[in-house]
Design a protein around this ligand. Structure first.
Ligand SMILES: [Mn+2]
Length: 283
């Protein structure tokens, strides 16, 4: 199925400026499983979105959105990660704005590897409840709980927002490496608008949906109370897209629930809105 299927005209891959890449990868989920069903769930509810955006006064689909087939995974982490990186390299070469939907957070590492190869001066903005900076977790360095450490090993220009669950070792690491981490409790006092100045011009954005409050986003693997809501988050992301060149992004850790579909709907809405910010804001 395609994003906005039946609600927006079909467009060819060649003409599209945005490529949605479903990455239903799940191997190391620690608390509650089900993130492999995330991409399909978000795409399945997307036809219920209003295609017109009143804030941007445009039908965002006009940016040209093409949905790729979901990637297929096997048993081997390295092969699976190579497949992700290769797929994204091709999309970057074809000059697409890449929006990957997860899947567990581990996928951000092979996704980012491709951007790191193509954009040497890239920086990373992470919205997340968890620092994800463990060297390894449950015996693997490729866990969702280690993903930002893998990314940091490649690229030290990292800004973290919304963090409210981490180990003392991760806290020490943040201090030692002077990582720009803004904790949730700090954001309750002051939303850190000036944090964007620490990013380079070219930005990779990774959004773990547990950044949001579980009231807004109950469908996630490891929910943490004290998260953030729609208005302040969107206001911040609008400034991001206005001031920086966001070349790719992922939205990860969506875990569809049986009882309610508002988590996947919110993810679909977020993706649509951010594509709008990418193409319809004057930078
Ligand atoms: Mn995470």
């Amino acid at each position: 199925m395609k994003f906005l299927q039946g609600e927006a005209p079909e467009i060819s891959y060649q003409k599209a400026r945005t490529a949605i890449l479903p990455v239903p990868y799940e191997r190391t989920t620690s608390f509650e499983g089900g993130t492999a069903r995330g991409p399909q769930a978000a795409i399945a509810v997307s036809p219920y979105l209003e295609t017109y955006d009143e804030e941007l006064d445009v039908e965002i689909w006009k940016a040209g959105i093409f949905t790729l087939p979901a990637l297929n995974f096997g048993e081997d982490v390295q092969k699976d990660f190579d497949l992700i990186t290769r797929s994204v390299l091709k999309l970057i070469e074809d000059q697409k704005f890449v929006v990957a939907i997860g899947g567990e957070h581990s996928i951000s590492y092979p996704l980012f590897r491709a951007f790191h190869q193509k954009f040497p001066d890239i920086s990373v903005l992470q919205l997340d409840a968890h620092a994800d900076l463990r060297e390894s977790y449950q015996g693997t360095p490729f866990s969702h709980a280690s993903v930002m450490k893998r990314i940091f090993d490649l690229n030290q220009n990292l800004v973290q927002l919304g963090i409210r669950a981490l180990s003392i070792e991760e806290r020490e690491f943040i201090k030692q490496k002077n990582i720009k981490t803004v904790f949730a409790h700090q954001m309750y006092e002051n939303w850190p608008d000036d944090i964007l100045t620490h990013l380079s011009e070219t930005v990779y954005l990774t959004i773990d949906v547990d950044f949001f409050d579980p009231a807004l986003m109950p469908g996630t693997g490891t929910p943490e109370p004290g998260g953030f809501f729609w208005p302040e988050t969107l206001k911040f992301l609008k400034t991001l897209f206005k001031t920086k060149n966001v070349v790719g992004m992922d939205v990860v850790e969506l875990r569809p629930l049986a009882e309610t579909r508002h988590s996947e709907y919110t993810v679909a809405r977020l993706i649509y809105k951010l594509i709008g910010y990418k193409f319809f804001l004057n930078r």
